[in-house]
Design a protein around this ligand. Structure first.
Ligand SMILES: Cc1cc2nc3c(=O)[nH]c(=O)nc-3n(C[C@H](O)[C@H](O)[C@H](O)COP(=O)(O)OP(=O)(O)OC[C@H]3O[C@@H](n4cnc5c(N)ncnc54)[C@H](O)[C@@H]3O)c2cc1C
Length: 398
């Protein structure tokens, strides 16, 4: 049986581990901590939706292996024609797939969507209703606030969404919320859904259960901060990995060397061996790519020598670059000008394309890469899923 080690437990690493396991390999996944997947909002795109617009997103097909992985993780809905989600920033936005607890407006009949007027930090139901009504697609439905008492304890008003979501994992507490909503609803006539802040479960999505108790479809809006979707993903991932018999190790990988076997060294001195390795360590946010200009060598003095501005977070036989070319050591001690690196100084920033150069998912002999770590790919959740699925299958076939 092939031995595959996957490094990084975001969506790319999870997909790689499950794909390698589904192909019959013995898999170990190294979990280094949080990354972009843990901070995601639960709206999952194949291409950045701001760039492509609504219509192009709804028909991006997902491969059978991606669909199988989503089923194994179990907390993601992928409607054939995409979804429309409400954001707590006041916009309605398209998405190709979404966290199960989010309310998909595209499948609702026309009518009124009621927003819980819950007094929680970061949630302003009346402003949101006004904004959604202004943006409402084709005017099929209207948004109104639902007045009532939906927070049980006063201190919960200052909690993060994720903390409060955890309280609704308890059946009794979810039942209390359902009773409060039913009490506030004078009539369900023309009500097509209830939109809540993102508070419906941290272990699992509780939206369907709440909808069944209330008798009207219920679901969450997206929140850009402190959303519980990352926690729900982590819980779904861990259930899927355990069920698939993937071994997990908590630790931070520092070095990979490839000889007769692939040797993986961890920060705490532990070591692993494999026939192939998948690096799915994320981009700048996950720690897979590190911003390391020469001025970092000596903070208080002129750098002694120039060096590449970005490097791979793990010492591994891979090449870092963008636009298909390896990054060169800059001529100046101070590296590249900041204006070349990041938005808003440039519309085509290197920071969004830099990564490990790969042929499909193969970076070098027995070393595969996936997700935000890979150069020149869209930094989206579904792209990370697809590249993880590809890398896991390729690694197990090495
Ligand atoms: C705030 C935010 C909002 C977003 N919104 C959207 C959106 O609306 N739609 C969309 O499609 N996408 C969105 N994205 C992007 C999407 O979340 C990412 O593209 C995707 O999650 C990347 O997954 P990944 O597995 O490649 O990386 P990550 O999720 O970053 O995972 C990498 C993992 O590797 C671990 N790691 C790194 N180095 C090591 C090491 N040396 N040893 C061990 N472990 C290591 C990290 O701890 C991390 O857990 C958003 C991202 C953020 C941050």
């Amino acid at each position: 049986m092939k031995r595959v080690v996957v490094i990084g437990a975001g969506i790319a690493g999870t997909a790689a581990a499950l794909a390698a396991r589904n192909s019959g390999a013995e898999v170990t996944l190294v979990r280094g901590g949080s990354g972009a997947t843990s901070l995601g909002v639960g709206a999952y795109d194949a291409t950045p939706w701001e760039v492509r617009g609504e219509s192009s997103l709804t028909n991006v097909p997902l491969s059978a292996s991606c669909m199988q992985i989503l089923e194994q993780i179990g907390c993601v809905s992928c409607p054939e024609s995409g979804a429309v989600l409400a954001s707590s920033t006041g916009i309605l936005r398209p998405a190709r797939a979404h966290d199960d607890a989010l309310l998909d407006l595209s499948v609702l009949r026309s009518g009124r969507v009621l927003l819980l007027d819950a007094t929680i930090d970061g949630w302003d139901a009346s402003s949101l209703s006004r904004s959604y009504n202004a943006h409402s697609l084709r005017g099929e439905r209207s948004f109104e606030t639902l007045l009532g008492n939906f927070i049980k304890h006063t201190d919960e008003r200052a909690m993060t969404f994720a903390e409060l979501a955890g309280r609704h994992d308890a059946p009794a507490r979810l039942g209390w919320l359902a009773t409060a909503i039913k009490k506030a609803l004078k009539s369900t006539d023309s009500v097509c859904a209830i939109l809540t802040p993102p508070i419906l479960g941290a272990e699992r999505a509780r939206a369907k259960e709440l909808g069944a108790l209330v008798g009207v479809p219920c679901g969450e809006a997206i929140a850009p901060f402190s959303s519980p979707t990352g926690r729900r993903f982590d819980a779904g991932r861990d259930r899927a990995l355990q069920h698939a018999q993937v071994t997990t190790v908590d630790g931070w990988v520092t070095r990979i060397t490839v000889a007769d076997v692939v040797a993986i060294e961890l920060e705490d001195g532990a070591a692993l061996e494999a026939d192939a390795v998948v690096l799915a360590t994320g981009g700048l946010l996950g720690g897979g790519i590190v911003y390391a200009p020469a001025e970092h060598i000596l903070a208080t003095a002129v750098p002694p020598y120039p060096r590449r501005v970005f490097e791979c977070g793990v010492d591994a036989p891979v090449r870092v670059g963008h636009d298909g070319k390896e990054l060169l050591v800059p001529g100046s001690m101070f590296g590249l000008a900041a204006e070349q690196l990041a938005w808003p100084f440039t519309n085509d920033p290197i920071m969004e394309r830099v990564g490990v150069l790969a042929d499909q998912s193969r970076a070098s002999d027995r070393v595969f890469v996936a997700g935000d770590l890979v150069a020149d790919r869209s930094r989206t959740w579904l792209e990370a899923l697809a590249s993880g699925a590809h890398a896991g299958a390729a690694a197990s076939a090495t």
